[in-house]
Write a protein of this length. Structure first.
Length: 349
């Protein structure tokens, strides 16, 4: 089969690989689409960060060149002895693999499993013609959900999980700071909220999309926005601020933009030290909530139900063949030139 394999920074090769063989609880999926995201672009441009190219991953046991792709859908064409009932089904994979028996798994927080790993980041994934996946990560796609819509299920599940973690109350004023990538899916997850939802971003085009996704208003942030920039958006502060960008200074801006007694939901990842005045945070009793990935059994089915109506089709930028995934997929993402989600079709040469 053909697969997109990461060997190092800027070194992704489309090459021949052996087709996967399922374990007893696994399925083999013929991939219809694999979505690319900012995490993939970071691994390609600056990695390895999560991909275990040089050190064995403790959860998956994988080390070495890795087939990327953690946002994939397709049809089950083979299965192990415990998953034969899934053969022939269209499925979307949540990609996060959990043990099912540790303390966090028993609590239903499978994304915090002690042995957690992600297909396409910590072991081989769906940027290929075929991928083996645990049946527990697979959710049936509704008949009325088109493939191109279902391919958005995994990132939408991440957005839904973040919204659920936030504990938003009716009427709360919500700010989504960063309306690209995951911010758009958080806005989608906020679709039923009855209070103000304000999108803030440095890109006007993203704000136009944000309003189409349900933001009641938007605010164009200057590229050199200081720590008080969000206070101009909501005088007195927002009840909930989602910080999705992870750029330096964004966390401080989010905390300054939250009202006394408000909540900051930190979604964006930044591995560099962040300047933050904790005394001010404490004195105003601003809560910090963090969120990572999603809970497959809870968030993926809801994501697919919401996608069945095709309401997020406008988030799709392009569909590219696997052979052109670097030039038409990774490079535009790294350069910030993608206007929306890029899907890869491994069936196209």
């Amino acid at each position: 089969m053909r697969a997109g394999v990461l060997y190092g920074p800027g070194d992704l090769r489309v090459e021949e690989r052996a087709e996967p063989i399922p374990g007893p609880a696994d399925v083999v999926v013929r991939v219809t689409y694999n979505g690319l995201c900012g995490t993939d672009a970071t691994e390609y441009a600056k990695g390895p960060m999560m991909v275990p190219l040089h050190r064995r991953h403790p959860g998956s046991g994988h080390v070495g060149p890795t087939v990327l792709g953690h946002e994939f859908i397709g049809a089950v064409v083979d299965a192990g002895s415990d998953a034969r009932h899934l053969v022939g089904q269209r499925i979307a994979s949540g990609a996060g693999v959990s043990c099912g028996s540790c303390r966090r798994c028993r609590q239903g927080r499978t994304n915090l499993c002690a042995a957690y790993y992600t297909l396409g980041l910590n072991t081989h994934g769906g940027l290929a013609e075929f991928v083996a996946a645990p049946a527990s990560t697979c959710v049936a796609i509704p008949d009325d959900c088109a493939d191109s819509d279902a391919a958005l299920a995994q990132p939408l599940a991440v957005g839904l999980h973040a919204v659920r973690r936030a504990g938003i109350h009716p009427g709360d004023t919500v700010v989504v700071a960063g309306a690209g990538a995951i911010g758009a899916f958080i806005l989608s997850g906020l679709g039923s909220h009855d209070g103000p939802v304000i999108a803030a971003d440095i890109d006007q085009d993203r704000l136009v999309v944000a309003e189409g996704l349900g933001a009641t208003s938007s605010f164009l942030l200057p590229r050199d926005a200081g720590p008080d920039a969000l206070r101009d958006v909501v005088p007195g502060g927002a009840d909930v601020v989602f910080e999705t960008s992870g750029v330096t200074g964004a966390a401080a801006r989010a905390f300054r933009g939250a009202a006394p007694g408000g909540t900051v939901v930190q979604v964006g990842l930044n591995q560099t030290p962040q300047p933050l005045n904790l005394a001010e945070v404490v004195l105003r009793e601003v809560d910090l909530i963090t969120t990572v990935a999603h809970v497959c059994a809870q968030d993926m089915p809801e994501a697919l139900r919401r996608l069945a109506g095709g309401s997020l089709s406008g988030l799709l930028d392009r569909i590219v063949p696997l052979e052109d995934v670097v030039a038409q997929g990774f490079e535009p993402l790294v350069a910030g030139l993608a206007a929306g989600k890029i899907l890869v079709d491994p069936r196209r040469g």
